[in-house]
Design a protein around this ligand. Structure first.
Ligand code: KG4
Ligand code: ZN
Length: 334
């Protein structure tokens, strides 16, 4: 009987990752080689540096994922790779490698949407999550409020009109001279601060869209005016504003669409305060709340392998002449 083994490959941004997952839920290995140190000195990801690093790192990362899983290439049922959205040069490294290995090993290739992969991180650990489900997808590149009505059936209720939540974290941290990526650094500092500064909660009462650019400017203006302010308090106050907006809208969405629960995905879903606030809100509203492990929130290939397995069942293999799409969106129903 097939072990339902999928090798996932993720190279959309600055993590080079490979993973073997069985039947979409059983993670046999998940290797993530972060390029953070390479990009930190520039204060952000440099696309050309990222693609070159993927070329060097991907083969050993794939080899390690197979060895750790104890799986031979001949046992694989599919090779899945992220084909978008992301940095085009980086995406092409993963897609080209997956297609080459597919030909050499005689294994089907499955193209995976990175946003769908972030949504599925929750199902990797909790396959029984009840639908419809509101998913808050918050990463460095995206902030979307999605209703998952069925597997592969999504509706995007709202999204950011300017900066993504993670981007706001990264920009505030850069302004404060704290380093890159800003999210984990501000998260840590906020633990030692108090949310005593009343930053704005942009668009909190209107619709499902988000805006974080003005909030970022308020933080910068406050620090300019009060240069002696404790950075821990700035971090805690900024974080409280971001989290309050995200959670308020997710709760309202869940009530409006009659969702059974709320879950979160994407790098910002690793945020301590957001995780706590989502779970508290779900308890208060009688909803099922789920926050995936931190390692499944930030970019990884286990979520790619998982979606690869489900897409293989529903749509079959992807053609080998399909490419990468840096502007890919979530497939939605009308
Ligand atoms: O999902 P991800 O790894 O890559 C993208 O697809 O963008 O997300 C990266 C983003 C970065 O902006 C980073 O600062 C943010 O996620 N992030 C966090 C935390 N950990 C990562 N933001 C807030 N708190 C965290 N603990
Ligand atoms: Zn991501």
């Amino acid at each position: 009987m097939s072990r339902g083994l999928v090798l996932g490959i993720e190279t959309s941004c600055d993590e080079t990752a490979a993973s073997v997952v069985s039947h979409g839920t059983d993670v046999l290995s998940s290797v993530v080689s972060s390029q953070v140190d390479l990009h930190a000195r520039y204060g952000g990801v440099v696309p050309e540096v990222a693609s070159r690093a993927h070329v060097e790192l991907l083969t050993p990362v794939i080899a390690q994922a197979l060895v750790e899983a104890g799986v031979e290439p001949s046992e694989l049922d599919a090779i899945a790779a992220t084909y978008g959205p992301g940095l085009i040069g980086s995406l092409l490294v993963g897609v080209s490698s997956a297609k080459a290995l597919s030909l050499v090993w005689g294994v089907p290739y499955v193209a995976v949407n990175h946003l769908e992969a972030h949504l599925y991180a929750a199902f990797l650990e909790e396959p029984g999550l009840e639908l419809p489900l509101v998913v808050l997808l918050v990463s460095g590149g995206h902030t979307q409020l999605v209703v998952m009505e069925g597997h592969g059936v999504y509706r995007v209720l709202g999204q950011t009109v300017d900066d993504a939540a993670g981007e706001a974290y990264d920009k505030v941290a850069r302004y404060l001279g704290l380093g890159y990526p800003g999210g984990p650094i501000l998260d840590r500092l906020a633990m030692d601060g108090t949310a005593s500064i009343d930053f704005p909660r942009p668009m909190i009462h209107s619709g499902y869209d988000f805006s974080f650019s003005g909030l970022k400017t308020s933080v910068i203006n406050h620090v300019r005016k009060h240069p002696d302010v404790a950075v821990e308090d700035v971090a805690a106050s900024f974080q409280e504003a971001v989290v309050e907006v995200l959670v308020t809208k997710a709760r309202r969405a869940a009530a409006d669409v009659g969702a059974k629960g709320i879950c979160i995905g994407g790098g910002v879903a690793a945020n301590s305060r957001l995780r706590e606030a989502v779970l508290d809100a779900c308890v208060a509203d009688g909803l099922q709340g789920f926050v995936p492990s931190r390692s499944l929130c930030t970019d990884n290939a286990a979520m790619v392998a998982s979606v690869g397995w489900y897409r293989l069942q529903s749509d079959g293999a992807s053609p080998l002449d399909s490419g990468a799409n840096p502007n890919l969106r979530l497939p939605v129903v009308d």
